[in-house]
Design a protein around this ligand. Sequence first.
Ligand code: C5P
Length: 232
Amino acid sequence: MEPRLALALDVEDPKEAYNILEQLRDEKIIIKIGYLLFIREGSNLVKKIKNMGFGLFLDLKLHDIPNTVYNGVRSAVDIGVDYLTLHTLGGKEMMEKAVDAKRGSDLKLLGVTILTSHNEDYLKYLGTKYSLGQFVLKLAKTAVDLGIDGIVSSPFEVRKLKEEIERDFISVTPGIRFSKTDDDQKRVATPEFAVKEGADILVIGRPVLKAKNKKELIKEIQKKIQDVKTKA
Ligand code: C5P
């Protein structure tokens, strides 16, 4: 798949969100919305994103009993979500039900392994003897084997995951920056690096949201991605 860009539309004010969407009209990008906007503005925003022709990425990281997750995935299919996240820590049965719920639709399920805000202490808390790297790989492998379509990871993990997991999957990477920044993303990489490592969807938020000319910056990133692909 050609690498694509997903804009993390992490703004609080729905008016601002609509304004940004208008500015980016006609760009072939995916719009990622999460708790911040979805809880405030849910269905109106979803309709707008879909009507404007953007891909819709709903980042709700589902984790619940299998039947509840099944119902959540069905609702996501009904409203036209293209990409939906869930926690692979939710277990095999939960993921199987999620896969059942989207069967026959175009919705892609993206598995989150261990959040980047966690470290080895969290693994102790879970009571596992695996190292962080081993545990991420085990969760990702299990998810893909069960039919989860993609895995969210840092750009630095993509290559290993793609090498170790036999089945094809969509690699989704946040933490995209153009240079070192002082925000809370610690392990950041450039769009070119992420694509070279094998990322399929690059999630980028603040650098674009802060840009004066968002459209221009998006075009620039897309050109960088394209250049890497044509050189490869
Ligand atoms: O603004 P920034 O480019 O850091 O946005 C990255 C987006 O990706 C945010 O919406 C964040 O919640 C999400 N994300 C992340 N790290 C993960 C998983 C998701 O930054 N491990």
